[in-house]
Design a protein around this ligand. Structure first.
Ligand SMILES: *Cc1c(COP(=O)(O)O)cnc(C)c1O
Length: 379
């Protein structure tokens, strides 16, 4: 057993009793109802995150400690993004024309209470490689797929040998140009980022990692060191943050998070609205909150610190970008714009008709989009 596996097994908190012992039973008055929440969805807090929890309901506590609020199922949906409908074979979600999601691990070091894919995680720890055969065959047969995103669960909880086997098989597919890994491990279990792992990963370039940090305090010295090792292995790092009530729903916290990420050589990639997932209603903010945060970023700080703000459309519509309104009006002659300070500027359109026509003509659809009729708002 590798050191990080031992750290995870021995020093994590994985039961409510251990939790009450660590933080004091007085913080868990409704232990019986809480057990229900912990039974509904996998529970484990890795050592690095246990260390970050300072007081009840602080941003770390909120993300990782089960809450009776999880039992309030409002209009949440089990598979809110309709990923299973876009799954042609087990472990593959193919929603976009040229890229696909490949779920390679059902486990995480720490389980986020707001998890979108909670229906998937916590399945048996060891999936035999033969169970991925139909997924590999799908990726081999679909030559339009040029970008494969390993996800889960957390792909970096697989051991080096298993990861290497998966990456080797993917790299043998000529049309796969890039491989991405989505992982919270640099945050949750920095011990897992070893020189051996980095040496393995760098053999499979171009390989990108999108990690997931939600609060500036999560960029601990250990996490920053882990990110540095990955960056030194030539891996471009991005971050997918989720906007969460009581965690990062103010401009000040979000700006600090973006700055700390850049200093750790991570380029912010997405801020997501929290999904409408069953049991996670208490994490949701209004869309306006997100828009105000984006307004507080653009112009006021480095463009590098500004990710796309997206809503992953419920029902499987994919990620839709949301912008504060910067275009006040637009016609064939001019566009009236508002800058980040709210000042008005006019951009004159080119006189040639070509420019106007180009703007008006609907663009041709991408050639190989998966067949599906465009759906309007599912009621
Ligand atoms: C997010 C996502 C992707 C990747 O989207 P990008 O915008 O390219 O990062 C691919 N497939 C599915 C199903 C996704 O949810």
């Amino acid at each position: 057993m590798e050191n990080w596996q031992e750290v995870l097994r021995k020093n994590s908190i994985a039961s409510l009793d251990a939790l009450a012992l660590k933080f004091g039973p007085e913080h868990f008055p409704e232990l019986d109802r809480l057990r229900q929440a912990a039974d509904n969805f996998e529970f484990r807090i890795s050592p690095a995150m246990v260390d970050l929890i300072k007081s009840p309901d602080d941003p770390m506590w909120r993300q990782y400690v089960p809450s009776v609020e999880e039992l309030d199922v409002v209009d949440g949906i089990v598979d809110s993004l309709n990923e299973d409908a876009d799954s042609p074979v087990p472990n593959i979600t193919h929603r976009y024309p040229d890229r696909a999601l490949f779920l390679v691990s059902p486990v995480c070091a720490t389980y986020c209470r707001f998890c979108t894919r909670r229906r998937k995680v916590g399945d048996p720890e060891k999936i035999p490689m033969s169970q991925f055969e139909s997924a590999f065959q799908y990726l081999e047969q679909h030559t339009e797929i040029r970008d494969v995103i390993l996800s889960g669960g957390d792909p970096l909880l697989l051991n080096d040998r298993r990861l290497e086997a998966i990456l080797t098989r993917l790299r043998a597919i000529p049309h796969i140009q890039i491989i991405r890994i989505g992982s919270r491990i640099p945050c949750h279990l920095p011990e897992r980022i070893t020189p051996e792992l980095c040496a393995t990963l760098k053999r499979f370039h171009p390989l990108f990692i999108n990690t997931h940090f939600n609060h500036p305090d999560e960029l601990t010295p250990a996490a920053v060191a882990a990110l540095g090792m990955l960056a030194d292995a030539g891996i471009p790092l991005g971050c997918q943050t989720v906007l969460l009530r009581g965690v990062n729903d103010t401009p000040a916290v979000m700006i600090e998070l973006m700055h700390r990420l850049l200093m750790a050589r991570v380029r912010p990639y997405y801020i997501y609205m929290a999904d409408q997932v069953a049991g996670a209603e208490h994490f949701r903010t209004s869309v306006q909150t997100g828009i105000e945060i984006m307004r507080a970023l653009r112009g006021w700080t480095s463009g590098l610190a500004i990710p796309y703000f997206v809503i992953d459309a419920p029902g499987g519509g994919g990620k839709i970008p949301i912008l504060p309104e910067y275009v006040e009006s637009m016609n064939e002659d001019e566009v009236v714009l508002k800058n980040f300070r709210g000042e008005r500027y006019v951009y004159r359109q080119p006189r040639e008709e070509a420019g106007v026509i180009e703007m008006k003509k609907p663009r041709k659809r991408a050639a190989k989009a998966p067949k599906r009729s465009p759906q309007r708002v599912p009621a």
